[in-house]
Write a new protein. Structure first.
Length: 210
């Protein structure tokens, strides 16, 4: 019996975003000033293409971060996030070790997926990128995998797609399960942002036939 099956072309992530690898980043901090307030949590979720050609979240990498020496810890921010920076069971890493822990799998994925570099995806990503870059500078890290200023903003994308810009409301509008009790941790927010990004991009790609 002859087979009429044709090989299915699976698009490469490197071909979709000008060679960039989208990586969702979410940070939790001790305030709003990246030069004065501490980076306390960071989580990264790369976006890959599955066997059906759909954008999907990859493996999450995350860690707790020790406040840098002299960092200001705003009690209001700590109350909002529920983070105790000095809790003995946080197993926090220094900023330099934390960044290298986050960057290592991203660098590996950039190479394996034949991308040029990573691009930060976030919900209002200027905040996340500013804290990331401040920690990079304090750690004297000379090279990092992210584009220095370009980002993808899921608040803007969700505003266009669903008329919602708050992450929780945008996720619910997209049909994504949301647990308010788990929100405001870097891992949970990054993973939900990754789901939202994939939902919007996949919907758009199907609509225009990419």
């Amino acid at each position: 019996m002859s087979s009429t099956n044709q090989e299915i072309h699976i698009p490469k992530i490197a071909d979709r975003f000008r060679g960039f690898l989208p990586v969702i980043i979410d940070v939790e901090t001790s305030g709003f000033n990246p030069e004065k307030n501490a980076l306390l949590e960071v989580a990264a979720v790369p976006i890959i293409v599955d066997n059906d050609g759909m954008m999907t979240p990859g493996a999450t990498t995350a860690c707790h971060v020790e406040p840098f020496e002299g960092a200001e810890l705003d009690p209001r921010s700590l109350q909002f996030t529920g983070i105790d920076p000095h809790h003995p069971f946080r197993m926090a890493k220094s900023e330099q070790d934390a960044l290298e822990h986050i960057f290592k799998p991203i660098r590996t994925l950039i190479k394996s997926k034949q991308c040029s570099r990573a691009i930060l995806v976030g919900h209002n990503p200027f905040f996340d990128l500013s804290f990331l870059k401040a920690a990079i500078d304090r750690s004297n890290i000379k090279t990092h995998p992210f584009h220095s200023f370009s980002t993808f903003d899921t608040a803007t994308l969700a505003g266009l797609a669903y008329g919602q810009t708050v992450l929780a409301r945008a996720a619910i509008a997209a049909g994504i399960e949301w647990d308010a009790e788990q929100a405001h941790s870097a891992i949970y927010d990054a993973e939900k942002t990754a789901e939202l990004f994939c939902k919007i991009v996949n919907t758009w790609d199907r609509h225009i036939g990419i």
